[in-house]
Ligand binder design. Structure first.
Ligand code: MEV
Length: 423
């Protein structure tokens, strides 16, 4: 059960106790998350260059999520207040409508091979298509592990870029099934491997050989339907909240300036899980925003509308190239624990959780913006951060933060004053 009432009020060690009692994590796994074990500099030294240490972020757990009928605890590594609380609260509301339904396409990535110096690009394009079987055969056995798990090359497409600053050229798209990997290494290796054969077939010169982060063959989708009655709070009726959310979405759907912020709010839910699981969040960001602009005009990655019973219905669709094998997903000890906590056993399941949380996070932002505004909820957590920056510890943090919120005067100077007074 991902619903744990009062979790947010407990001290950290009692939260740990619940996670171990309920069998979500073992004490050793918890130690990985608290800094007792986990990523040590000598391990980090094997991950990147010139290592001088490691960098920590708060790791929270979003509660209440039901995704495809399964209860999921969601680890989120993020510095921004209100993100974990917002996702958890919306997941609680979504439970009233059965939670989230999510699915993904096959894990197909695109590798790009640019071909220059072609005497006649149209002819070269057809020559490549005529030789598709040969090109595919060339890749056979290149990645035996991936092939053993059912992955490997799926198709070859050839695009003519008719007009560019250097004139026309061709681009081969290699469609590659990467199964449970993020796939960058597999795809880049395959692209580099194909280059000499492509040059032989076309008599051109292969230039770039690299995957595309616009992973539009690897799409994750989620939807939810929330009864209007579940949305009511304070002086706002459920219908008012629902219609307010829909009007807020319409703004993002029609206006790129708003869509950028709207989608940033979605990424508030997505990136923290991508980070916690050791995946490449820059790749996910690049893919999300490129996909949001696929029509030629940048727009919202979500939709919100009114269902036949007056319920609020939401959907999201975006590329999600995440893996559960390879890279930091296995090298980072905390990433392994994050994956275990979610109980996902395939990259597709991971993407389904992530995309559902993105939808929930978007709703959290729109609901707040369409009703009482974003600052009220934000302020108490912001005040806590300011109190901590001023040097407050334990009980002092709550006391000073509460006082600053009451005074509507949240700044470092005031926090320092209050800290001095309390001593
Ligand atoms: C802040 O991190 C995210 C929001 O700006 C998202 C939105 O405006 O939809 C609140």
């Amino acid at each position: 059960m991902s619903r744990i009432p009062g979790f947010y009020q407990l001290p950290i060690d009692q939260r740990h106790a619940i996670l171990t009692q309920k069998g979500w994590l073992t004490p050793d796994e918890i130690a990985t998350l608290t800094g007792e074990t986990g990523l040590i500099p000598s391990q980090a030294d094997h991950m990147i260059e010139n290592v001088i240490g490691t960098f920590a972020l708060p790791l929270g757990v979003a509660l209440n999520f039901v995704i495809n009928g399964r209860e999921v605890l969601v680890p989120m590594a993020v510095e921004e207040p209100s993100v974990v609380a917002g996702a958890s609260f919306m997941a609680k509301l979504a439970r009233a409508g059965g939670g989230f339904t999510a699915h993904t396409s096959e894990p197909h990535m695109i590798g790009q091979i640019q071909i220059l110096d072609l005497p006649e690009p149209h002819t070269a394009r057809l020559q490549l298509l005529e030789n598709k079987a040969r090109l595919m055969a060339e890749l056979e056995g290149l990645d035996p592990v991936l092939e053993r798990f059912g992955g490997g090359p799926r198709d070859i497409e050839v695009r003519l870029i008719a007009d560019s600053p250097i004139g026309s050229f061709l681009v081969v798209h290699l469609i590659y099934d990467v199964r449970d990997a993020m796939g960058a290494n597999a795809v880049n290796t395959a692209c580099e491997h194909l280059a000499p054969v492509i040059e032989e077939i076309t008599r051109g010169r292969v230039h770039l050989r690299i995957l595309s982060n616009l992973a539009d063959r690897r799409i994750a989708r989620a939807r939810c339907a929330i009864p209007a009655s579940a949305l009511a709070f304070g002086n706002f009726s459920g219908e008012q909240v629902r219609d307010g959310v829909i009007a807020a979405w319409a703004f993002a759907a029609a206006d790129p300036y708003r869509a950028a912020t709207h989608n940033k709010g979605i990424m508030n839910g997505i990136d923290p899980i991508v980070i916690a699981t050791g995946n490449d969040w820059r790749a996910i960001e690049a893919g999300a925003h490129a996909y949001a602009a696929r029509s030629g005009r940048y727009t919202s990655l979500t939709t919100w509308g009114r269902g036949p019973q007056g319920e609020l219905v939401g959907s999201i669709e975006m590329p999600l190239a995440v893996g559960i094998v390879g890279g930091a997903t296995k090298a980072h000890p905390a990433a392994k624990v994050a994956l275990k906590l979610m109980g996902v056993s395939t990259a597709r399941e991971l993407a389904e959780v992530i995309v559902a949380v993105g939808l929930a996070q978007n709703l959290a932002a729109l609901r707040a913006l369409a009703t009482e505004g974003i600052q009220r909820g934000h302020m108490s957590l912001h005040a806590r951060q300011v109190a901590v920056s001023a040097g407050a510890q334990g009980e002092q943090v709550t006391r000073i933060a509460r006082q600053m919120v009451q005074e509507k005067n949240i700044n470092l100077e005031r926090a320092r004053e209050l800290l001095g007074e309390g001593k």
